[in-house]
Structures are given as structure tokens and as C-alpha cells.
Design a protein around this ligand. Sequence first.
Ligand code: N2P
Length: 363
Amino acid sequence: MLKRFAQMIALGGVFLAAPAQADDALHIYNFSDYFAEDTISNFIAKSGIDTRLDLFDSLDVLETRMLTGASGFDVVYPSSTVGERLIQAGALKPIDPASLGNYGNLDKDLLKLLAEQDPGNKYLVPYMWLTTGIAYNPDLVSKRLPDAPTNSLDIFFKPEIAQKFQDCGIGMVDAPNEVIPIALNYLGLDPYSTKAEDLEKAQELLLKLRPFIRHMQSGQLVSDMASGQLCLALMWSGDAGIAAARAEQAKSGVTVEYKIPKEGTIISFDTMAIPADAPHPDKALAFINYILEPKTVADISNYVYYANANAAATQLVDESIRNNPNIYPPQEVRGKLFVDKSLPPRQTRERTRVWTTFRAGGN
Ligand code: N2P
């Protein structure tokens, strides 16, 4: 408990009221736009388990709620690094692979990679993986700057370029654990540098961009890019894909493209986990096992444009997604990607401070 408390302070000590849902339903807590439309309804039809879905858009919110405890949730979706900290804090329940008949479908290489954060793969079941990159509306962008560097982070970090897009709107994910390493890497510094002077340089870079950013509501970026309310965003690969698909369906003439920046970017892994105090752990296992069915998770990838961690599902993923280099980056691009990593509490606190200053607009 003390350990948990110390971590909450590290996160800024935000205490949230627990929903304390004392009912029989299975409660799931996931990002928005991270299931297919019928993922939950199919599960209910198949299992007869009443299931509710709550959404978050920032990992910080999920982490704080998990560390506070008594969230009432049964299945949650932390990134591997948030999962790592939750394991250390005792906030998750171990998951026995033997209780998941579909566990063997998972990609063995990904499990090995994930074992760095979850030794022995005891708590986290891999779900999807993604990059954070440049989503843009080609029409709006080229009208303001023909030959804009859409494959380079210069488009954000060179103020003379970024300011051209202020009027059509720049968005950004609310994800300090991604954006700060991306800024450091852009500067040619170690994305996980613990040097104060490096962090200061990243802060300076971010603050120069801040006046041109319209908002940082991660979940809102999908609809704003899809409707042409924003022309540029530093956002998650799949969310850019969802925005492009929605724009196409709406036949509004808006198009959305996504590029992995040539300077390199972060690759993150999201997972499924069961809180230590989950009220319905058996139902949670049934749900996770359902997600591990190749058809279930392939349908999700086909809807949300994220690469999943299920090797048996690959053949069921649409070819246009499987062969999309922005979703499954080829080897030469992967060499430029760096993996999301946890930092010690003091450095995490320092980065939280930089982010708070940045989000507030530098005042
Ligand atoms: C889905 C959000 C992706 C999660 N809309 C990024 N960690």
C-alpha cells in the first residue's frame, strides 16, 4: 500500500472517486476506438455475461485509477510500461496462461519482448502495438505549404513551419511518455536521457510548438482529423487509420494520411490485465480468452487499424492492413523505432513537470 501511495505521489497525487460498481456485470476499461463495433455485443451474445465498457484517453488516468485501487474494473488495457509499474505496485492479478485456452495464439516474439516489463509473462497479455506519428490532411497542408515535410518532425518542431498550420489546427496526443522521448530523439539525444540539460532542451522545443497547438485530447483527434477540423496531428497510427476510414465513409472529401517520421519514433505495446481487486476475475479471463480468438482480434484490427499481437490472427487481417507499412512497419523502418520504456520515479516526476508546463501553455 505504501508503495502504491509513493507512486501516486509520483504521478501528482490525483485521487479519484471509485465507481464502486457493486453489480454482476463484467467491467472493462479501455481506450476509445480500440474495439470493433460488435466486439462487446458478440461477447455478450456468446457468453451471456452482462458486460460494460468504460473509456479513457490518457494512460495517466488509467494508471492513477489502478494505483488508487477499488476501481471496480475487471479487465484493463495498460501499455506495457504502465503495466510494469502496476505489477511492481501489486495492483494486478497474475494470469495463468493455462486458464486461457487461446493463449497459444499469441506471437512468441512479442511475448519475449514483453517479458522485459513483465518477467515470465505473468500479468500482461499482449493486445496491439503501434507507433506515434504524423497524421495530416494533404489538401489543407499543401494549400498552406506546398512540399510540406510530412515525413519529418520538422513539421511540428520548426516553428516557422508549424505556424503555417495554426489556422487549420494542430493536434497532439496527451501522452508525455511518448512525446517527450520523441522530442529528445528528434534532437539527437537519448529518448530516455536522465540528464536535466537534455530534458530542458526538449522542454524548450515543445514550448516553441505550444502556441500552434489547438488541443491535446487524444480521443478527439480521430473525429477532428476525420472532419477536417484539424489539418495535422502527432497521433497514434491506428487512430489516424480510423480517421481516414471515417472521412471516406462520410464522403466529405476529407482525406487523412499517416507517416512514421523519418527521424524515428516510439513503438508502444498495449496489453490486457486484471486488477488485483477485480470483482469478477473469472469473467475477466473469459473475456480475455475471447479476445485471443483469432477471429475476434482480427475483426478488431480490421476496424481500428492497429497491428495485433496474435500470430494466428494474421491471416484473417485484411491484406490492405497487413501490408500497410504504417501499421506493420518493414524492417528498415523498425530500425528507427525505439521502444517505450519506464524511467525511475524521480525522472518520471521531472517529465511530468515538463508536460504540465507544456500543456498549460508554458505559463
Ligand atoms: C485507440 C488508442 C490507442 C492506444 N484509440 C494507444 N496506446
